[in-house]
Design a protein. Structure first.
Length: 293
């Protein structure tokens, strides 16, 4: 597809999604309180109900049971597919962000964030990344590079470079460097060609294992290629030395400070945590004795 046609297609898609919920975003942003750095320390709290016992159910006293639900048919007549996109990204939250660095066959480097990403196995380390709004034949820059070369680096986004990471989502034409746009710094990888993001506290060098293409189920667009799933295998890890423990098996959330993806243009901080023990079946058997989970 010619570059102008690809850019026009992306512009039309952005217009149909209408990600910005504010007529005057700058005004809304100016009205909000400043970033509260004094809360930057990691904090643990108790779980909501430390006295919860087996069979107690929800911790809201049954309030949620008094609410009704509405049924939504994803393929209802007249319902645009973008409605499902906006609904799902606001409901399936928080999501880790896949910040992928790739290099094309011609040596062109690309850096872009993806909000459909997760981990599915540890031996071997496997990750999934979803590329929406395209198929293999009309793949966007990152997906095309990944398919052509079979390599990428998966970088974790932290608070200290969220603005720079967000800037790489720009719909720049192929060949324009997101590294330059963002001001982020490439660092050498060991087993793959693409560089990792130096600012990233944790990064994984990856090989492409498999891609699967999906077609629309919408009656209005039968057969349209609407997404691609990529399965990546992690072959080498990079962890900032002040963020990983001596055994090299645990990251410190107070240093990692990961940013999660919420709905629309909203992101979330991870500054507060709680711990919950995994219950054993023996505890369930002893429930009549007042055992806590």
């Amino acid at each position: 597809m010619p570059q102008e046609d690809a850019l026009a297609k992306r512009a039309r898609l952005e217009t149909s999604i209408n990600r910005n919920p504010h007529p005057d975003f700058q005004g809304v942003e100016a009205s909000r309180p400043a970033w509260q750095s004094e809360r930057s320390g990691w904090t643990y709290t108790k779980i909501v109900n430390p006295d919860w016992k087996f069979g107690d159910g929800g911790n809201d006293g049954g309030a949620s049971l008094e609410k009704e639900h509405v049924e939504i048919n994803p393929y209802a007549e007249g319902r645009p597919a973008t409605f499902n996109y906006k609904l799902l990204i606001s409901a399936i939250v928080p999501r880790p962000i896949g910040f992928l660095s790739t290099v094309g066959q011609d040596g062109t480097s690309n850096l872009a964030p993806f909000s459909f990403m997760n981990m599915i196995n540890y031996d071997p380390p496997l990750f999934t990344v979803g590329f929406t709004g395209c198929g293999i034949d009309d793949a966007k820059d990152t997906l095309k590079n990944l398919i052509d070369t079979g390599e990428c680096v998966l970088n974790v986004i932290s608070e200290h470079f969220i603005e720079a990471a967000n800037s790489t989502s720009i719909n720049a034409p192929y060949g324009v460097s997101e590294w330059e746009i963002s001001g982020l710094h490439p660092a050498p990888s060991r087993l793959v060609r693409p560089p990792r993001v130096k600012e990233s506290v944790f990064a994984t060098e990856c090989h492409l294992q498999e891609v699967k293409e999906f077609e629309s189920r919408n009656p209005a667009t039968p057969g349209k290629k609407t997404g691609v799933l990529a399965i990546l295998e992690g072959v080498n890890f990079w962890a900032r030395e002040d963020a990983v423990n001596e055994e090299r098996n645990l990251m410190d959330p107070a240093v990692l400070r990961p940013v999660g993806r919420l709905g629309g243009i909203t992101y979330g901080r991870n500054a507060v945590g709680f711990e919950a023990l995994r219950p054993g079946y023996e505890s369930w058997l002893q429930r009549d004795n007042g055992e806590h989970w």
